[in-house]
Design a binder for this molecule. Structure first.
Ligand code: NAG
Ligand code: NAG
Ligand code: NAG
Ligand code: NAG
Ligand code: NAG
Ligand code: NAG
Length: 471
């Protein structure tokens, strides 16, 4: 893996060559974010925003609604900042749609620090908390009277300039709801950099979330004294909804079938019972689409070389049949923590029943872990991978298992531990080599912040690029 580290250095010098520092500075990115020192991430902001710039006159108000869970809302917000900047529009702090699955009534200010958001963007995009009275009066004091534009998913910046801008200029305010994926990944660099600024700098969690999140990180670090304060975080998607949605079979018993049928009916009424829809759980598993069980995650990590001195943080909602399924993982990793073991019931009380606030706590603990393990796709791991790449000098240290291969190995009754271990270590090396991937055309800037959101001057070497925590 030493050769891999020098590979990263070569890659980073290449990036520096492609984006000389002057162009980095133009884009407002001046300070190298040092490995393992996320606090520095905010530092260059102070330099950048120390002089206040005059913004061009506003072309009107942009009102968007953010749908989905925490991280889908995050996509909406970042895209809204980018579009507002593109159109010289004034952005109204987004409203959150109540989602049928996540059922969280939290508002923007409950999740994110509103003042910070407005302040960080003040040189680039004007943001207001609410639509001014005078404007609202023009629409009979009823926001529903403001035209809601239908914008197709992944629309280009040209589309916004040609179709949305004239309406904005004519009407003084437009709405776009819902808004989550309404802007293409591929946009001009200055629009992209607004999206980066929104995601990595302007959006920080609200004070109550930051405060408890930071305590939880401190407790994890303290708990991991035997491994130099380093811990592994695992995003485990073994909640009842997820298991039901996957249509995979686990213990195969009557009770499981009954519970899963019920959960599917509750969550997706009839979706899985449409005529002509044939569900083959075996094929889904071989295709690597089944949520990993806690035991499977434990075996995989043990095979990769993490032993029982490793502290593990499990980020998850309510695990399906937790008592039964979590037991083997706790046996493999006795130093296992979750929100519930790391924080007291009193500390968690203000977060209970708010899935987005709880997810924000998980996000915080995962963000600062040495290694992050993703077990199923989704916005949560995609944002985390990108955010960790941004903070830790481009290298995400994410373990993203090849689940097709894993299914083959785990279902082979004759496999020997030595062989399994060898395969897991190869998988680890593969994950490691993917740590520093660059964004490809049409790739998400939220998952691949490099090169768009990052420039580096190589004053420090890339230290600690090994996933293996020297245990
Ligand atoms: C926004 O303002 C900038 C700076 O004044 C100007 O160059 C640009 O053309 C404006 N864009 C629109 C869409 O009004
Ligand atoms: C707001 O306008 C919508 C349609 O434009 C209408 O259906 C609704 O009743 C109005 N609400 C109020 C409070 O007037
Ligand atoms: C880890 O932290 C939790 C919460 O602070 C504590 O209850 C537990 O005893 C700690 N475990 C170790 C091994 O330090
Ligand atoms: C849906 O289909 C499954 C399997 O084909 C069956 O067990 C279940 O009872 C059905 N559910 C409903 C609500 O019809
Ligand atoms: C960890 O594993 C070692 C053997 O590898 C064993 O001796 C030790 O008791 C285990 N510790 C715990 C806490 O299970
Ligand atoms: C990676 O780990 C190996 C074995 O612990 C070590 O020899 C090597 O120097 C490490 N490389 C880096 C870049 O830390």
């Amino acid at each position: 893996m030493t050769s891999f580290a020098s590979g990263i250095e070569a890659l980073l010098s290449l990036i520096c060559f492609m984006f000389p520092l002057s162009s980095c500075q133009q884009r407002g990115i001046q300070e190298l974010v040092k490995v393992g020192d996320p606090v520095l991430a905010g530092k260059f902001l102070d330099q950048r925003t120390s002089h206040i710039k005059e913004l061009p006159p506003s072309n009107g108000y942009l009102i968007i609604e953010a749908n989905g869970g925490l991280n889908q809302q995050r996509i909406s917000i970042c895209n809204a900042v980018a579009v507002a900047g593109l159109l010289n529009a004034t952005l109204v702090i987004p409203k959150f749609h109540l989602n049928s699955v996540w059922r969280d009534s939290s508002k923007f200010g409950d999740i994110f620090d509103e003042e910070h958001f407005i302040d960080i963007l003040r040189n680039d995009v004007k943001v207001v908390k609410v639509l001014p009275e005078a404007i609202l009066q023009q629409f009979d004091n009823n926001i529903s009277n403001i035209v809601n534009l239908r914008v197709r998913a992944w629309s280009s910046s040209t589309y916004y300039l040609e179709k949305v801008l004239p309406k904005l200029l004519k009407l003084g305010a437009v709405r776009i709801a819902p808004f989550s994926n309404r802007l293409a990944h591929e946009v001009p660099l200055y629009v992209q950099s607004l999206r980066c600024m929104a995601n990595y700098e302007a959006l920080r969690f609200s004070q109550p979330i930051r405060s408890l999140g930071e305590s939880m990180v401190e407790r994890m670090v303290k708990n991991s004294s035997r491994t130099g304060g380093k811990y592994v975080s695992v995003h485990l998607r073994f909640e009842e909804d997820m298991v039901a949605f996957s249509c995979c079979i686990y213990d195969g018993g009557e009770e499981e079938k009954w519970e899963m049928d019920n959960a599917r009916e509750r969550g997706w009424r009839g979706k899985f019972n449409k005529t002509g829809r044939i569900i083959r759980p075996g094929a889904i598993r071989m295709d690597g689409k089944c949520p990993l069980t806690p035991l499977e995650v434990g075996m995989m990590l043990r095979g990769m070389g993490f032993d029982n001195t490793t502290s593990v943080y499990v980020a998850a909602g309510k695990i399906y049949k937790a008592e039964r399924y979590m037991l083997p993982l706790r046996q493999i990793f006795p130093l296992l923590e979750t929100k519930e073991t790391l924080a007291s019931p009193e500390e968690l009380a203000p977060f209970k029943g708010h899935s987005s606030r709880l997810a924000a706590l998980d996000y915080t603990v995962c963000l600062h872990s040495e290694v992050f393990v993703t077990t199923q796709g989704g916005n949560f791991p995609h944002f985390l991978m990108g955010h960790r790449r941004f903070l830790y000098n481009g290298h995400a240290k994410t373990i993203k298992p090849d689940k097709r291969k894993l299914a083959l190995l785990l279902d082979n009754p004759n496999i020997r531990w030595e062989n399994f271990k060898r395969q897991m270590q190869a998988m680890l090396r593969h994950s490691d080599s993917k740590g520093i991937e660059m964004r490809k055309t049409n790739g998400s800037p939220f998952t691949f912040p490099m090169p768009d959101c990052m420039c580096h001057h190589m004053e420090t070497g890339v230290a600690g690029t090994n996933i293996t925590m020297e245990i």
